[in-house]
Design a protein around this ligand. Structure first.
Ligand code: NAP
Ligand code: ZN
Ligand code: ZN
Length: 351
């Protein structure tokens, strides 16, 4: 048996002539280890847009995007131990993984190698059916891939933490952002503004590297102590050798020779945005400074829970613009124009 729920889906590569439209999807009955979630809010991540536009390869249409899911448990399976009806919970970018490979066993399920995590959308679930994401009224997920949302975080503000929050928290923790460390964040969008807030809460000194100074007031209010325009070539001269860690949230191809030079000795630049084209890497910038270029993919289930608890404790929440579902296509256009302050969140009661 299945339940039919309302959703927003792309039926073809997204664009002005192929917008997301209202539709329905089927949700399976709750299995023994699963919970059913009434989705209250879903954040809009730029990855949703990359995916439904077909920029990241094969897509099975129709596709319901959304992997920043916050809601309330409405039903639990007979073997569920972690959650009860009425609990506030979240689901992020994946809904399952093999649970057996080294990465799954060490809580890095996002790097599952067997054959990989099962995405919240645009993947095939264990039931053999395409997974469909959070721009919908409800979802059924294994309890081991669900996080608890602390009471102090309202559900609309919790949603973006499930992707943008963990994607920035994970590398900030991995590379030791904290007191005495200088961190730069490239791009003040959904990920970037949370990177600023989380890095500041971890005790680091934070600088924003944005295309212009348009959002400077916001950046400083969010916790940065410095703000620079990357359109100004002086920025790169002035900041040479300044940072221990640079978090790059931009998906456009940036000139790595400019940015790697901003790292101190042993500094690391972490790629979060995935450029469409391969990036030329100037080896000299790495060699003369023992610098590293790395990347990071979301975070594991346990660390996502840790991030939610950290955000509750440090009062870190995203700046959001709550929208009706019918506004989703305009929201995508605005995201493309870097006109997001700083995350769109769908009120799922309007789907
Ligand atoms: P977003 O809200 O659109 O923010 C991206 C920001 O990048 C913009 O606000 C803008 O900031 C800057 N930017 C945009 N176009 C640019 C250009 N041509 N040159 C330089 N800067 C530009 O997107 P998001 O949701 O934060 O996602 C950012 C990227 O991370 C996306 O590619 C997404 O797919 C990826 N992502 C990766 C992971 C992961 O696990 N690694 C997880 C989630 C998302 P300024 O206006 O301040 O310059
Ligand atoms: Zn995302
Ligand atoms: Zn695995």
């Amino acid at each position: 048996m299945t339940t039919t729920v309302n959703a927003y889906a792309a039926t073809a590569p997204w664009g002005s002539d192929a917008p997301l439209t209202r539709t329905t999807v089927e949700r399976r009955d709750v299995g023994p280890a699963e919970v059913a979630i009434d989705i209250k809010f879903a954040g809009i991540c730029h990855s949703d847009l990359h995916t439904v536009s077909g920029e990241w390869g094969d897509v099975t249409y129709p596709i319901v995007p959304g992997h920043e899911i916050a809601g309330v448990v409405t039903e639990v399976g007979s073997d569920v131990t972690k959650y009860a009806v009425g609990d506030h919970v979240g689901v992020g970018c994946f809904v399952d993984s093999c649970r057996e490979c080294d990465n799954c066993k060490s809580g890095e399920e996002q790097y599952c190698t067997n054959p990989g995590m099962i995405g919240t959308y645009n993947a095939i679930g264990r039931d053999g059916k395409p997974t469909q994401g959070g721009y919908s009224d409800a979802i059924v997920v294994d309890e081991n891939y669900v996080m608890r949302i602390p009471d102090s975080i309202p559900l609309d503000k919790a949603a973006p933490l499930l992707c943008a929050g963990i994607t920035t928290y994970s590398p900030l923790r991995h590379w030791g952002a904290g007191p005495g460390k200088r961190v730069a964040v490239i791009g003040l969008g959904g990920l970037g503004h949370l990177a600023v807030k989380i890095a500041k809460a971890l005790g680091a000194e934070v600088a924003v590297l944005s295309q212009s100074l348009k959002k400077m007031e916001d950046g400083l209010r969010l916790g940065a102590s410095e703000y620079y325009a990357t359109s100004d070539t002086d920025t790169f001269k002035k900041l040479r050798g300044s940072f221990d860690l640079i978090i790059n949230t931009v998906s456009a191809n940036l000139d790595m020779s400019d940015y790697l030079g901003l790292l101190k000795l042993d500094g690391t630049l972490v790629e979060l945005g995935m450029p469409e084209k391969p990036m030329p890497v100037p080896a000299g910038a790495l060699i003369f400074g023992r610098r590293s270029l790395s990347g990071s993919l979301i975070g594991g289930i346990a660390q996502t829970q840790e991030m939610l608890d950290f955000c509750a404790e440090h009062d870190v929440t995203p700046e959001i613009e709550v929208i009706d579902a019918s506004y989703v296509n305009e929201a995508y256009e605005r995201m493309l124009a870097s006109d997001v302050r700083y995350r769109f969140v769908i009120d799922n009661s309007t789907i």
